[in-house]
Design a protein around this ligand. Structure first.
Ligand SMILES: *Cc1c(COP(=O)(O)O)cnc(C)c1O
Length: 222
């Protein structure tokens, strides 16, 4: 199947739910991304800062680039001028660096806090209580060059649908809880980034507003 048909197939499932599709193009060449762009896709996700920077320079300026992978502090500068949304903020230190780079550019950088919801140890992210501590920390208020727009999470890589569903439901609950909490103006709970190729339909049922889909669009990665 062609990239264009794959996008349409995924979008047909999302449209009823007003959910944004981020096409995860990591490892794929710019020609392939261009094919998706020509089919009307504007949101793309990458997991490496330098790869993202190179691709952004080669591709049209109206693409909305999403950083979805673990971001090291010394690499924030590569994507700070243009990144549309950083999905993977998992520490106060990283948030401080994002704010610092935003200040240099006089640009507010939108971020999501990555929450660890899977049972696997290898996945990055904050624990639920750390997320709550972070959004209530007094430093946040002063970071005027970043905005926390919501949460991101990855479910356990399993075929157990009940488990995946429970993990997404837990993230949704945390999202709703923070919504009702007193918090600084630069923290809003608007976006809930959850769901990838294997589990985005479950994530949609649990209230996802952004799904990050790679292989269902571009085929398997090497
Ligand atoms: C690679 C990746 C995806 C997309 O994975 P697929 O299974 O190919 O859809 C989504 N989110 C993150 C954080 C990723 O690294």
């Amino acid at each position: 199947m062609k990239v264009k048909d794959n996008i349409k197939a995924v979008k047909d499932k999302l449209n009823k739910k007003h959910c944004t599709l981020v096409a995860v193009s990591k490892t794929k060449p710019t020609e392939t991304i261009r094919e998706a762009y020509d089919a009307g896709q504007l949101d793309f996700g990458e997991n490496k800062a330098q790869e993202l920077q190179i691709k952004a320079a080669e591709l049209p300026g109206d693409i909305r680039w999403h950083m979805i992978g673990h971001l090291q502090r010394n690499k924030v500068k590569y994507i700070a001028p243009f990144v549309y949304l950083v999905h993977s903020v998992d520490s106060m230190k990283l948030l401080r660096e994002i704010n610092k780079q935003g200040q240099k550019l006089n640009r507010v950088i939108p971020c999501l806090l990555q929450v660890h919801i899977a049972t696997e140890e290898t996945k990055f992210g904050l624990a639920a209580h750390e997320v709550i501590e972070l959004v209530q920390a007094s430093d946040i208020r002063e970071m005027q060059y970043m905005q926390i727009r919501g949460l991101m999470g990855m479910a356990t890589n399993t075929r157990d649908i009940v488990k995946i569903k429970a993990e997404f439901a837990g993230l949704r609950q945390l999202f709703e809880k923070i919504k009702t909490m007193a918090k600084p103006e630069n923290v809003v709970m608007q976006e809930l980034s959850m769901g990838m190729t294997s589990d985005y339909e479950i994530a949609l049922e649990e209230g996802s507003t952004v799904v990050r889909v790679g292989s269902a669009i571009f085929g398997a990665r090497n």
